[in-house]
Design a binder for this molecule. Structure first.
Ligand code: GLV
Ligand code: MG
Length: 338
């Protein structure tokens, strides 16, 4: 029997002959919308062709008295919209809420054939993924679906971070994982009230220059999320699934957003959430390798022949390991261009 992984394989990073049983599906931006909001729902057909993933959000930001309307709105949109190559995902309510079961039952049976991925919030351990996995298997059987609905976990509780490796490998349905910085900050009792991004108080101060007594010392912001993203990337790479930066809530701060997305991209993430159309282009730019980086990577690969040994290019040493790094860049560029 084919497993869920056969339907969605991450890039075979650095392997000499990458095996991809299905084409890589770009997911540079996971664009959130509220399916119960008629104005937003009306824009879905025009936004769909501009994004890699459209996600109908049923969880946080949808008020308790509009949960049913959001769910019903998503069913209607899924049935009536031509998404083309764009994936349709949903974020269900958390598993300890009164709505999660109905979210899964309704969406699985009514529009399971249109749904690519279910994003599960506040995942604390493998048991949460096992629960969703079994339920989806039953719903797929009932609806006679020919392909599995995949699962994406949000890493946004202290317990989730502690159990990140077991979450990544909890089911062959696992497609990926996103950082959820807002809930994670609350769960950890961090003292930031922002949604992602940096904080002006989390800084390092440069040592004073000799003789510069009394002059203010320059400060540099540190990255609040470095540790979690690095852990998540390792867990995802080891488990063969994809890592993502989550939301960046300060819509007007396009520079801060681009910086956060770029740091995540460099660390190994393949995409981020977009909460506003302005963030779609930022994610597209950041999560597509730059043409000059791709050209350099192709040059190294060309010079390295079978990928073993060492060569000097422009004074820089290249060897088997840099060959593999370059393949990561080129494979991503080729997959996005396909
Ligand atoms: C996202 O869900 C977050 O909590 O940041
Ligand atoms: Mg959250």
């Amino acid at each position: 029997m084919r497993s869920a992984k056969d339907f969605f394989r991450p890039l075979a990073v650095g392997a000499p002959a990458p095996v991809r049983e299905v084409p890589f599906r770009p997911s540079r931006m996971i664009h959130f919308f509220d399916p119960g909001n008629e104005k937003m729902a009306a824009k879905v057909p025009s936004i769909a062709p501009t994004v890699d993933v459209l996600l109908g959000n049923l969880e946080d930001a949808v008020p308790a008295d509009r949960k049913e309307a959001a769910r019903a709105g998503l069913v209607k949109i899924a049935r009536t919209t031509d998404f083309g190559d764009t994936q349709l995902w949903t974020r269900i309510n958390s598993l300890d809420s009164p709505w999660a079961l109905d979210d899964l039952l309704t969406l699985g049976t009514e529009v399971g054939d249109r749904l690519d991925v279910v994003m599960v919030p506040k995942v604390e351990g493998a048991q949460d993924i096992h629960y969703v996995d079994r339920l989806l298997a039953q719903l797929e059987a009932k609806a006679g679906l020919g392909r599995p609905i995949l699962v994406h976990a949000i890493l946004e509780t202290a317990a989730g971070v502690a159990n990140v490796e077991e979450i990544a490998t909890a089911s062959p349905r696992m497609q990926g994982m996103s950082l959820g910085p807002a809930d994670l900050a609350a769960s950890r009792r961090m003292k930031t009230t922002r949604v992602g991004g940096g904080h002006p108080g989390y800084l390092v101060r440069e040592d004073p220059a000799p003789g510069a007594e009394g002059t203010p010392r320059p400060t540099y912001q540190q990255d609040l999320w470095h540790y979690t993203i690095a852990r998540m990337v390792d867990a995802c790479a080891a488990g063969g699934i994809l890592p993502y930066y989550g939301p960046f809530g300060d819509i007007k701060d396009v520079t801060g957003c681009e910086d956060q997305f770029r740091n995540a991209f460099l660390l190994g993430c393949v995409g981020a959430w977009s909460l506003h159309p302005v963030q779609i282009d930022i994610a597209k730019r950041v999560f597509s390798p730059a043409p000059e980086d791709v050209a350099w990577a192709r040059r190294v690969i060309g010079a390295m022949g079978d990928g073993t040994g060492a060569v000097m290019i422009d004074g820089k040493m290249q060897d088997d390991a840099t060959y593999k790094q370059c393949r990561v860049v080129v494979e991503l560029a080729d997959a996005l261009a396909a």
